[in-house]
Design a protein around this ligand. Structure first.
Ligand SMILES: Cc1ncc(C[n+]2csc(CCOP(=O)(O)OP(=O)(O)O)c2C)c(N)n1
Length: 191
């Protein structure tokens, strides 16, 4: 699949109560290319903690659906977070890994998923009840209701091609991005 098509399918049309957390680099550019939405918080350069940030947000905002969209390199660095997600079992958390089997931002070095590593199996083994690997558009359409509505936590790997589409930046000013997200979630009085 093409990564931008996957992220477009995830975010458009968009549910009002959806908050997204984007991983570093490419997944953040994909989210920004879909729309500049204040309910998206993109880590941009921070690696390995995207699921942890999403987990904390899901706990703080049970009235929202939280969708983590990140890359295989980020997920491999933060695999332990899947065990913590499984322990806590947040019903409102969904995780989608855009798996291009490489560290795209840093030049396309192959990751472990290009070899023998299966992130969906790792998530299942960690104790996340709903997991899977999506390989084509039809499977993605079938999976969208689970990502957006099923009791979580849910975890899916979306296999995407190695293409690197043009960069579209989300806000890169950290304090601005944080304040904009807080205001979108909690109201203007929160900043
Ligand atoms: C702690 C840390 N180590 C290394 C980097 C350098 N780095 C930036 S992007 C990236 C690759 C990310 O790969 P992946 O999550 O698979 O995203 P892709 O761009 O392939 O979608 C790396 C290693 C970093 N930002 N932070």
């Amino acid at each position: 699949m093409q990564r931008r098509e996957v992220v477009s399918a995830l975010l458009a049309p968009r549910q009002d109560n959806l908050l997204t957390v984007g991983g570093l680099g490419s997944s953040s550019w994909d989210i920004a290319a879909t729309a500049d939405n204040p309910q998206d918080f993109c880590l941009v350069g921070g690696m390995g903690l995207t699921v942890s940030v999403g987990l904390g947000l899901a706990g703080a905002r049970p009235q929202n659906r939280v969708l983590v969209i990140t890359g295989d390199g980020d997920m491999l660095m933060g695999m332990g977070s899947l065990a913590t997600v499984a322990q806590i079992q947040p019903r409102n958390l969904a995780i989608v890994v855009l798996d291009n089997e490489m560290f795209g931002e840093t030049g396309g070095q192959p990751t472990h998923t290009a070899g023998v590593t299966d992130l969906a199996a790792i998530a299942k083994g960690a104790g996340i009840p709903t997991t899977g690997t999506i390989r084509d558009a039809a499977a993605l359409q079938d999976t969208l209701p689970h990502i957006h509505e099923s009791d979580g936590p849910v975890f899916y790997v979306a296999k995407v091609s190695a293409e690197m589409p043009p960069t579209v930046y989300p806000p890169l000013d950290g304090p601005f991005a944080k304040d904009r997200f807080r205001a979108a979630v909690l109201g203007d009085g929160a900043v």
